[in-house]
Every structure is written in C-alpha cells, then in structure tokens.
Write a protein of this length. Structure first.
Length: 98
C-alpha cells in the first residue's frame, strides 16, 4: 500500500518467523535491480505481512524462501507456477537452507 517504507508483521508469528520475513525483505531489496525493480522500490510503500491464526505454527526456520517468493511475486506482478511449492530458509546472501 502507499506509505513511507514501513514494514509491519502481524498474526501468528514468533521470533523465527519475524527473522525469516526480515531476511526475505532484505534479500529482495538487495537484489531489486536484477529483479527489474527500482532500487528504492519500498520508498513510497508500506508492506504488511499477516499470518492468520489458522496457520500452521513453525518452530524452526523454513519460511524465508516462501516469504521472498511472495514479495518478488507481489512487486513484479509475476504469479509464478501453482505446480510447485516452496520450503527452506533464505540467507541474506540468497543461499537456501533446508
């Protein structure tokens, strides 16, 4: 939504999920140019990720790849394929940990 670069996380999230979300946004921002995005694409936006109460609780890092994929999809308007799923954590350098 229109805003000033804010990032809000709400819902059923613990510390590990918050770290996954932060790492995903950092990775997308640091790779913005190669994704076809303006380097400061968040300047006029506020992002809000909400994990509903009915979501499956996570006790370990496994959502970073999904969060990064979701952010890239949202920002580039590319839906990707419904024939695959995501799993694994993403590092700030873009490596996937499973």
């Amino acid at each position: 939504m229109k805003g000033k670069g804010g990032f809000k996380m709400t819902g059923q999230i613990g510390e590990v999920m918050q770290e996954s979300m932060q790492a995903a946004l950092t990775w997308v921002r640091s790779n913005a140019a190669s994704l076809g995005l303006e380097e400061d694409f968040t300047k006029d936006l506020d992002l809000h990720i909400h994990v509903p109460a009915g979501a499956i609780p996570k006790d370990g890092p496994s959502a970073g790849v999904t969060m990064a994929t979701t952010l890239v999809s949202l920002m580039t308007r590319y839906a990707g394929s419904s024939a695959h799923g995501d799993d694994g954590e993403i590092t700030l350098s873009g490596n996937v940990l499973r």
